[in-house]
Design a protein around this ligand. Structure first.
Ligand SMILES: Nc1nc2c(ncn2[C@@H]2O[C@H](COP(=O)(O)OP(=O)(O)O)[C@@H](O)[C@H]2O)c(=O)[nH]1
Ligand SMILES: [Mg+2]
Ligand SMILES: [Zn+2]
Length: 355
């Protein structure tokens, strides 16, 4: 199947607006060109400018990600096109990075709407939904829950109710990329720059293709080994939507550790935070304290015990991640001291030798 050519070009179709234009004035005066990063791999990026879609090298020290607005130095006989500066990010989806690096990893920048894809084909993973919601709220984007693959669900209505209970204050839409159910409603909720979040297999790419009205993104699970899609029809992760706005399709997220997401967690568990305001003690841990409004709500059947457990789990995880960040800062400071001490010792040695 040949990929449908997608017409939308130009920066406006990718979300460029007056305030970005104003922020770019100095760069423009320096002969730089505005662009948006549509894909990053192996230290290089694909960007879109007003007129074309060059591949650019990246200036040392910049760490661009999909969705960034950037200043591009056009190619010339001496150098290839090169990203030389990023505009300040309005929002950023950040997860705890894997491995020993305790800094967060930015998955997408300048996102207005974070659509969380949750498959109805199997049992609902409420904990994962809550975690993704915390990530979304923390980013500054507006979360939307897209329940996918409704045509494969045994009882989509019951599952939708369960999902909605885990997502207070968030629009939840039941969809199917196969039957088209819910797509028009979802499309009206997806405004500005939209990112699709969810585990691999959730149905993100299928949903994206259905919204785009073209099979632009590869679907069908992951290749064993590298976790990448089987093939991609476009070298883009950021694509203009037919009704306006742009869509970012992220690769499947196997792990989404929270990074510094206390505010996001508070948002997800807004009803618990509200109840906690009525606890007798300001520092109530909602365990066995007298006058605990949270425990009272559980006893009255107004709050699912699972919600409190999930809330605690995410707070614990977040506290652990924060302590790791603190540990990194400490280590960096200690590292600096070591360097200073080492150079002092070297200086003393030289002085001693000079005697
Ligand atoms: N029946 C049905 N299958 C779907 C639907 N959406 C996705 N799938 C299938 O679920 C699998 C994973 O979908 P994909 O879009 O690749 O998920 P992604 O990894 O989140 O991008 C694929 O085999 C799709 O064909 C749907 O609405 N209905
Ligand atoms: Mg996909
Ligand atoms: Zn309490």
């Amino acid at each position: 199947m040949s990929p449908t050519p997608f017409p939308a070009t130009g920066l406006a179709a990718h979300g460029w607006d007056d305030s970005l234009d104003a922020a770019f004035a100095e760069h423009r005066a320096a002969g730089l060109v505005p662009c948006r990063v549509i894909r990053v791999d192996r230290g290089r990026c694909d960007v879109v400018t007003e007129h074309d879609r060059p591949r650019a090298a990246t200036e040392r020290g910049l760490d661009p990600c999909t969705g960034d607005w950037a200043a591009l130095r056009p190619g010339d006989p001496r150098d290839e096109p090169r990203l030389v500066a990023l505009l300040a990010r309005r929002t950023a989806i950040v997860r705890a990075s894997a491995g020993s690096d305790s800094r967060g990893q930015v998955l997408a920048a300048n996102v207005d709407t974070a659509a969380i894809a949750v498959s109805l084909a199997g049992p609902l993973d409420t904990g994962r939904l809550e975690r993704l919601l915390a990530l979304a709220w923390e980013s500054g984007a507006r979360p939307v829950v897209a329940l996918t693959q409704a045509d494969r669900a045994a009882d989509p209505e019951a599952m939708a109710a369960e999902a909605a209970a885990a997502a207070p204050g968030v629009d939840t839409v039941t969809t199917s990329a196969v039957t088209g159910e819910g797509l028009d409603v979802l499309a009206t909720l997806l405004t500005g720059t939209v990112v699709l979040l969810g585990v691999s297999g959730a149905g993100k790419s299928s949903l994206a293709n259905a919204l785009l009205g073209a099979d632009l993104l590869a679907t069908g699970g992951v290749r064993a080994g590298d976790g990448k899609g089987r093939h991609t029809t476009v070298r883009r992760e950021l694509i203009p939507l037919p009704g306006g706005g742009v869509l970012i399709d992220t690769p499947g997220l196997r792990g989404v550790g929270l990074h510094d997401a206390a505010d996001g967690i508070e948002h997800v568990f807004a009803e618990i935070e509200e109840l906690a305001g009525d606890c007798r003690f300001g520092d109530c841990a909602h365990e066995s304290e007298p006058g605990c409004a949270v425990q009272e709500a559980i006893a009255a059947g107004d709050l699912a015990p699972r919600r409190l457990a999930s809330y605690r789990k995410l707070l614990r995880e977040n506290a652990w991640a924060a302590s790791r960040t603190d540990a990194r800062l400490r280590a960096e400071l200690q590292g600096r001291w070591k360097t200073i001490k080492r150079s002092q010792r070297a200086a003393y040695r030289l002085r001693d030798q000079g005697r």
